[in-house]
Design a binder for this molecule. Structure first.
Ligand SMILES: [Zn+2]
Length: 502
């Protein structure tokens, strides 16, 4: 974990969020060396124990973000009315030319926002252009460690460009542009796999609960040889695999066209789908896919805010839960859906499930959404000791001020956490028994300095990436017209209210 607060701490009199109860009841929490030892009324503690008075606070386990991108933070606020494919077209502009300090800065902004909004662990698919590097991944891990939260860092990789991955897209480009995208072809997978292997072999962050994983970004953006190489790396180092799977209809159609089967069925055939496997988004997964994921012991990272903003369609949360799939909740990166607020992600997960059908039996409950954003996400990250305030769990605890407007009145705790709380009631965040946020102030990073560095970096990077932006402006009209036309083809499941402009 981050830094353990050694010794014994007694948190006294806070109300504990408990989905089994309508309204949180007061209880004490005894913590020793960063781990919760006991929870209950009237606990006693040794004389030298630190006492934290928590009367008037609601205490909930740190929320867990099952899918984010630390590299996206510096690109926050860049996009509107972009599909996923437009966003991928923009990636070289938005993430290009970054030095090591820029990579660390972006991850630090991401981690700082997560913690300030009640999240204490995240699965970060971090992208470096053109290739992952040992130093870049190390800097990303260092950013999370400095902020003081737990994370899984997965280098996000591919060996096939968007233009080669989507059938017909490259051919739809005018000849001059075709030559430009051909020049930007990605490194051979052997080179990328070697960089990842070096990063995994030298990984020095496990003791701080900052673990590594492998993220072939999108199945058909990777050759089969590359996917198998990622599978072998995950096996050799005992780490997880995370991929964007069936995020857009374009992707689902491409999978069928290319493999004659769904994307998940293809990855399963190659041996990538198992207990450490997380499918991000999964909007376009059908029932067979969901059952296959469930049976393999994998997890799905549901990113409702990003799914809506990028127009990818509506994920059937109720159906996935009914089929027994482990579902976590994520925000996605801030370059897709521009914040890292897990309260907002929960709220949207709940409300989106309620627009799919007029029958409430088809909706997800607040308890299920809360469970997904804690226990479900923890499973996706591969942690068994976070996501609950209970003996044996890490002392990752968020303190919400019950005098804040969101809790006036306080009637149904989990309902208000999911549907009312927006982070503005947050007063303290404890990770591993140590306060990382106290009285709304992040104790580990100087936000004013972070703001100054971000301002300098984004102006400098925008200038450095001017040519890449110009190329994006030329590519965008083609991608913006080709991909929706491609997506107008029939697929065997529906995730839109209508497939054409209303
Ligand atoms: Zn993503």
């Amino acid at each position: 974990m981050a830094e353990i607060e050694h010794g014994v701490t007694l948190i006294r009199g806070g109300r504990l969020a408990d989905p089994a109860r309508r309204r949180a009841e007061p209880a004490d929490i005894l913590i020793e060396d960063g781990v919760i030892r006991a929870v209950g009324a009237g606990l006693s503690a040794p004389e030298d124990a630190r006492i934290v008075e928590a009367a008037g606070f609601l205490l909930h386990p740190g929320l867990i973000n099952a899918h984010t991108h630390g590299h996206g933070a510096l690109a926050r606020g860049s996009a509107d009315r972009w599909t996923l494919e437009m966003s991928l077209t923009a990636a070289p502009w938005l993430v290009g030319s970054r030095g090591l300090q820029d990579k660390k800065l972006s991850a630090t902004i991401n981690a700082a926002e997560l913690v300030l909004k009640g999240c204490t662990a995240a699965y970060d698919l971090f992208s470096e252009i053109p290739l992952p590097t040992v130093d870049g991944l190390d800097a990303t891990a260092e950013a999370y460690a400095t902020v003081g939260m737990r994370a899984v860092i997965a280098p996000m990789v591919a060996d096939t460009t968007l233009y080669d991955a989507i059938p017909g897209l490259r051919d739809a480009l005018p000849e001059a542009l075709r030559a430009e995208v051909d020049r930007a072809r990605l490194a051979p997978h052997e080179q990328t796999l070697a960089a990842m292997r070096a990063a995994l072999a030298g990984w020095r962050w496990n003791a701080k609960d900052i673990r590594a994983a492998v993220a072939p970004t999108i199945p058909h953006h990777c050759t089969d040889a590359f996917l198998c190489g990622c599978r072998d790396l995950a096996r050799d180092f005992g780490v997880g695999i995370h991929t964007h799977l069936g995020e857009s209809k374009v992707q689902a159609l491409t999978g069928m066209r290319r493999y004659g089967k769904t994307l998940l069925a293809h990855m399963d055939a190659l041996g990538l789908v198992g207990p450490g496997f997380t499918a991000a988004h999964g909007i376009w997964m059908d029932d067979d896919d969901l059952k296959r994921l469930r049976d393999a012991g994998g997890a799905l990272a549901h990113n409702p805010g990003s799914n809506m903003k990028l127009g990818n369609g509506m994920f059937g949360l109720r159906r996935a839960l009914d089929l027994g799939v482990t579902v976590g909740v994520g925000t996605d990166g801030s370059s897709s859906s521009d914040h890292q607020n897990m309260y907002e992600a929960m709220r949207v997960a709940s409300t989106l499930s309620k627009v799919l059908t007029p029958d409430p039996r088809g909706w997800a409950s607040v308890e299920e959404v809360y469970d997904a954003a804690t226990r479900g996400s923890a499973k996706s990250l591969g942690f068994t000791d976070i996501g609950a305030i209970a003996p044996g769990f890490k002392a990752d605890i968020v303190f919400l001020d019950l005098a804040a407007i969101n809790w006036i009145p306080h009637r149904w705790t989990v309902n208000q956490m999911v549907h009312v709380e927006d982070g503005s009631s947050l007063r303290h965040v404890m990770i591993g028994g140590r306060f990382v946020v106290k009285d709304r102030r992040l104790l580990t990073v100087d936000l004013a300095r972070l703001a100054a560095e971000a301002e300098e970096a984004h102006e400098r990077l925008d200038a450095l990436n001017a040519d890449r932006r110009a190329l994006f402006e030329r590519l965008a009209p083609v991608v913006a017209s080709y991909c929706p036309a491609f997506a107008a083809q029939p697929y065997h499941i529906r995730r839109y209210l209508c497939d054409a402009p209303a």
